[in-house]
Ligand binder design. Structure first.
Ligand code: ZN
Length: 423
């Protein structure tokens, strides 16, 4: 298959006259000058498919529900109680419908890979770990590429047992965890793979996390963990261990590029510097962090390691990769009282932000996607240059116009492993 869009995003710019040839293996065979003048996809621009590095599909069920605020104090922790209420009665059919529908929303938003940070392992009246298989099946139906990031979850807090809805997440011990992991891996079909999660340092004691990480390295997998989204988590960790969560990970794990911390909103400067210097990643979830009132991450420090940053839709209260990038850029402009928040050395924001949504996500999930280059997975998103939100925009400004001025109306198709789906 040969694809000639009007414009193709290669090496950080939209370029005309490019042709992309796909192999039979769902990967890109060749990228080069067009061999014919007529586009195969006229009136479109093609980018690497967006990579959503952090999602909890089932939380789509909270959309709108968690947005009534009867008490004086409404924050992350009251939201978490609403989330526990949702999981308590979750049936396989309900989880399947929520997962399928949110994965469909993702494809329509240009997302071709989802990193599903999955901890809802057990469902009402079903055998243990049936939730893992329901999510894989929903992804297969929609045709979205999935990295099932299976979560280890053994504690309800520092030194406390699981209770209530948390029992749906229970992985007990390393043997139980890896047994369920291997069964999910066996169930993976085309475009499906596995990664490892420690839900948080609240949920997995550091000694267990060290053992988990050793196995991650032995198997060549990635490891994701929720870190320092809330100040209370840091205070609780300091009280229990004398260290911050990131400080604990740095001290005990020898973390490297295989590790991604999700949020790192309140990570101390020294910790963050060391984390990023070691090549570890950070996944930001701008819309969810805004919705939950989390706060602002350390932009200047993160920007110096922009290739290590990725984006996640997290709670899925809104599914739009372009809006995630827009929120990230505009929120930091508001916060800092300046313009051009996430810019590179040449002053462009589109390269930094679109890289987070593509190559940064792929790096975090350990897949060869997120770029249009030979050998990479043939995952693309197609943009309609005739969309009303993109009229009067020239090629050089298209990236910034997409991020700041467009949304789903401009996205007309996605391709996963060489198979197209129109929006
Ligand atoms: Zn999360």
């Amino acid at each position: 298959m040969i694809i000639r869009a009007e414009l193709t995003w290669v090496d950080g710019a939209f370029r005309p006259g490019i042709e992309v040839e796909l192999g039979g293996d769902g990967r890109i065979l060749r990228v080069g000058p067009a061999s014919a003048p007529t586009p195969t996809h006229p009136g479109t621009a093609m980018l690497p498919g967006f990579v959503n590095a952090h999602s909890h599909a089932f939380q789509r069920g909270l959309r709108g529900r968690g947005e009534h605020f009867p008490s004086d104090v409404e924050n992350f922790w009251t939201w978490r109680e609403a989330m526990y209420g949702l999981v308590d009665g979750m049936t396989p059919d309900a989880l399947h419908a929520l997962s399928r529908d949110v994965f469909l929303e993702m494809r329509r938003a240009g997302i071709t890979t989802v990193g599903e940070f999955h901890y809802l392992h057990h469902l009402e009246g079903e055998p243990p770990f049936s939730g893992d298989h329901v999510v894989l099946e929903a992804a297969r139906e929609v045709g979205i590429r999935i990295v099932l990031l299976s979560a280890h979850y053994t504690h309800g807090g520092f030194g406390t047992n699981l209770s209530g809805g948390q029992r749906r997440f229970d992985t007990s011990d390393a043997e139980t965890y890896w047994d369920a992991f291997d069964r999910a891996a066996e169930a993976c079909g085309p475009n499906q793979s596995m990664g490892v999660v420690a839900h948080s340092l609240r949920a997995v004691p550091i000694d267990d996390l060290v053992v988990l990480h050793q196995e991650v390295l032995r198997r060549g997998l990635v490891l994701h963990i929720h870190v320092e989204e809330q100040r209370q988590e840091i205070e609780d960790c300091l009280r229990a261990t004398g260290r911050t969560p990131t400080g604990l990970l740095l001290e005990h794990l020898q973390p490297g590029p295989e590790c991604t911390s999700v949020h790192a909103t309140h990570t101390a400067s020294d910790d963050l510097e060391q984390w990023l210097d070691r090549g570890c990643g950070v996944c930001l979830c701008p819309l969810t962090e805004a919705n939950l009132g989390d706060g602002f991450p350390d932009r200047p420090r993160m920007l110096r390691h922009a290739a290590s940053l990725s984006i996640g839709s997290d709670s899925n209260s809104r599914v739009s990769m372009l809006e995630e990038l827009r929120m990230l850029e505009l929120a930091h402009r508001l916060h800092d009282g300046t313009r051009g928040a996430w810019r590179d050395a040449s002053g462009r924001i589109d390269r930094v932000l679109l890289d987070m949504a593509t190559s940064g996500g792929a790096r975090s999930l350990g897949i060869e996607a997120g770029r249009i280059a030979p050998g990479a997975l043939a995952d693309f998103v197609l943009v309609d240059l005739g969309a009303d939100t993109l009229s009067h925009v020239d090629h050089d400004n298209l990236g910034a116009a997409l991020v700041l001025g467009a949304d789903r109306e401009a996205i007309v198709g996605t391709c996963v492993g060489g198979s197209w789906s129109t929006a």
